[in-house]
Structures are given as structure tokens and as C-alpha cells.
Design a protein around this ligand. Structure first.
Ligand code: PLP
Length: 396
């Protein structure tokens, strides 16, 4: 791990220098990228460039600024497909949203609800982000009001590792299973869910909707390899502006995915920022971003698990980093055995660390104390992790 950090140091340093807000605040460490990501200069420039050269409405006018804006939106659609490694972009579709929550709700309301019949079953996660549970339960309620009973089965968890249990999943899948909602990287446990394994269990024909809010921008992404039908993500967690996101729908289902209603004016500046963010991430190299942040997270996980006062959630050891079944990405959540997590969050800010400390919108978490979540991106450094570990050690 140390080697990965050493090898990538000269690649990472100039990238960190491209985040104005990070450079302007050297005494602070931003460790909350899972909530929203900071923006590199290239994204800020793209926003300024768009607003000062061609700002207009998309798909509505015939003068040059309007045409340029329409082109920005269409290019961004192609950009999303390319970023996702779409093998058949001419057949898939991309729908822009305000974030992952709206995207998941669009798949539920505008695609799934019209395809379920009385007695059908869907499999959904009960311990992931609320955004990936509420829409599916709403579909069940909607259909119940129309007299159709849909059975919602749980995508089962092993809480000790924060991973799905494939054997229990197999038991939840049957001949009436019509849909599976999964998550790529868990927003609390930081675990890569090995979606291809879910595909193996559910078979080739059941549509899978993947919540990729915590993976886009953090690792190389290939819809061809993952073999899913929908990919939903937040643009703002991938370095685009707040209020951005997208749903990608595979060709087989893409033409059928037509979000309903009058969509109104799209967030054109947000869409322009998303294309710029994906350009930046590809140029930086998602493989190296992954190697860097996984190495930082592994260092934090390993050392923190050895401090008696802390309990690390999800998989404990980076020894599992390459395992088939268990891989921690750039998120580490933990609890102090005595200090409540919310208090610990305040204390850490007093030392210059911006972390999230609550229930992290995890479905079913209720009012429980939650945990402190450290989530990393390419601008974070080994020095920040060392400083954090030193502070946490002193708080034992
Ligand atoms: N899904 C996961 C796994 C998340 O972590 C989040 C946000 O934290 C969401 C969905 C919701 O994303 P958004 O804020 O873009 O609606």
C-alpha cells in the first residue's frame, strides 16, 4: 500500500493543485467526498465558459447560442456513455437528473411501475442509502392502490462485513422476480458489491438497476463488464455542479425508458459541468484515482482497527482488498467506543477535518448514533491520513 502511495505521489500532487478550494485551505482536510465532491479548475472554467459564451435554452431556439446549448447537452449524453464504457451507445439512452435520488425515482416511477403485475417480486436493498429503497417501496404502494400485490424481498446483508450474502440472495430470487436494485459501492461500509456476482445469481434476464453514486469517478467503470440495465449516479459526487446526475439505460431497455411528464428546461450549466468533470476524471485516470484512494483508505482502516477505542464498520482489513468477495473502496466509517459520533465529528472539525458524522441516510438506521465517515478523493494525501490518525490516537 505504501508503495502505491509512493509510486503515485508525483502523479497526485499536480492534480491536488487543480482544486482551488483545497489549495486555498491548506489547514483543512476535506474528507466528505461521498456527500459531494470538490470541483477542479477545469470544471469551474467550463461553467464560466458556457455561461459567458453560449448560455441559452436547449432544444428550443434556432439561433447560435441555442444551437450551441443543444450541442452541449447532446455531447454530454455521449460523454456519459463513453465514461461508462457503453459498448452500444447508439442503442442506449441517457437522461439527466438533479442527482441519484431523482434518477432512482425516475427508474421506479417511469419504468418499473408500468411493468409489474399482481404477484410479481422485486429484490431491493434494505441497508443501503434511503434513496435506493424509498422509490421501490413507493412503487409497491402505487400498485397496491391499483389492486396489484407486489412482493418486495430483501437483498440480504452480512452486517459484519457490509457485503451482500450471495447464498441468501439466491434464496430471494424466484420465477416471479422481475427486478433487482443494487448498489455498486456502499456509502457507509465502502464495500464494492461485486455486481457481476449479483448478475450470476439472478440470471441473464432480470433487469438490474445499479446505484453508482459512490463509484462514478472513483474507479474504472464498464457497463459491459457489470452487465446491468440501468446505471444511476450523482454528477455532483463526480465533481460536477450540485443539482446534477444521470440515468443510463441499456439499449435493450433504453428505448423503453421515457421519463414521463413535461421535463421543462434542463440544467444546462450543470450538464456542461458534468461533461467537463468526466473529461477531467478520464484524463486524471480513474484506475489511478482508485489505486490512490484505496491505498489511503486501507492505511486508515488498518491502523484504526489496531486502536482499541475504535470500531471500524464493514471489512476490517485491507488484506481483503483484492479478494473476490470483499473490497473496500474510498470510504471508511467508524465509531469511538465512548464518544458519540456526532460529538466526534465536531471534535474532528476543531482539528481541521471535515467528516460526516450521523446515520448517513442509511435505510433503517433510524436515530441510532451512526458513525463518523471519512470519504476520500484524489486530492487527499497520506499526510492528511497521518494527521487524522494522530488526532484519533490522542482521543483514545
Ligand atoms: N445513493 C447513494 C449510495 C448515495 O451515497 C447517495 C448520496 O449520498 C445517493 C444515492 C443520493 O444521491 P443524490 O444526493 O445525488 O440524490
Amino acid at each position: 500500500m505504501a508503495d502505491a502511495l509512493e509510486e503515485l505521489r508525483s502523479w497526485q500532487r499536480p492534480l491536488r493543485a487543480q482544486f482551488p478550494i483545497i489549495v486555498a485551505n491548506p489547514e483543512l482536510a476535506y474528507l466528505d467526498s461521498a456527500a459531494t465532491a470538490q470541483k477542479p479548475r477545469a470544471v469551474l472554467d467550463a461553467v464560466q465558459g458556457y455561461l459567458t459564451t453560449s448560455n441559452a435554452n436547449a432544444g428550443r431556439g434556432s439561433y447560435p447560442w441555442a444551437n450551441a446549448t443543444t450541442a452541449v447537452v447532446e455531447r454530454a449524453r455521449e460523454r456519459v456513455k463513453r465514461f461508462l464504457g457503453d459498448p452500444a451507445p447508439e442503442r442506449s439512452s441517457v437522461h439527466f437528473t438533479s442527482g441519484a435520488s431523482e434518477g432512482l425515482r425516475a427508474v421506479a416511477r417511469d419504468w418499473l411501475a408500468g411493468r409489474l403485475a399482481d404477484g410479481d417480486e422485486i429484490v431491493v436493498p434494505f441497508a443501503d442509502h434511503e434513496a435506493n429503497l424509498a422509490p421501490w417501496l413507493e412503487v409497491r404502494e402505487l400498485l397496491a392502490r391499483q389492486g396489484a400485490k407486489i412482493r418486495v424481498r430483501e437483498l440480504p446483508y452480512q452486517n459484519s462485513s457490509g457485503d451482500y450474502d450471495p447464498a441468501a440472495l439466491a434464496a430471494s430470487v424466484g420465477p416471479r422476480t422481475r427486478f433487482v436494485a443494487a448498489t455498486h459501492v456502499h456509502h457507509v461500509y465502502g464495500v464494492d458489491m461485486n455486481v457481476h456476482r449479483i448478475r450470476r445469481v439472478v440470471g441473464p434476464d432480470v433487469p438490474i438497476c445499479l446505484d453508482a453514486a459512490q463509484s462514478i469517478g472513483h474507479l474504472p467503470f464498464s457497463v459491459a463488464e457489470l452487465d446491468v440495465d440501468f446505471v444511476v449516479f450523482s454528477g455532483h459526487k463526480a465533481m460536477a455542479l450540485p443539482g446534477t446526475g444521470a440515468v443510463w439505460a441499456r439499449g435493450r431497455r433504453g428505448p423503453e425508458f421515457r421519463p414521463g411528464g413535461w421535463a421543462g428546461t434542463p440544467n444546462t450549466v450543470g450538464i456542461a459541468s458534468l461533461a467537463a468533470a468526466l473529461d477531467w476524471l478520464d484524463a486524471a485516470g480513474t484506475d489511478r484515482i482508485e489505486a490512490w484512494t484505496v491505498a489511503l483508505a486501507a492505511r486508515l482502516t488498518d491502523r484504526l482497527s489496531r486502536l482499541g477505542a475504535y470500531e471500524v464498520l464493514g471489512c476490517r482489513s485491507s488484506l481483503a482488498a483484492d479478494s473476490e468477495v470483499q473490497r473496500r473502496r474510498s470510504i471508511v466509517a467508524f465509531r469511538h467506543r465512548e464518544i458519540p459520533s456526532r460529538d466526534l465529528g465536531f471534535i474532528l472539525y476543531g482539528h481541521g477535518f471535515m467528516v460526516r458524522s450521523d446515520g448517513h441516510c442509511q435505510a433503517g438506521a433510524g436515530d441510532a448514533d451512526g458513525s463518523v465517515r471519512v470519504s476520500l478523493h484524489v486530492h487527499n494525501t497520506a499526510e492528511e491520513i497521518e494527521r487524522l490518525l494522530a488526532t484519533l490516537t490522542n482521543l483514545q
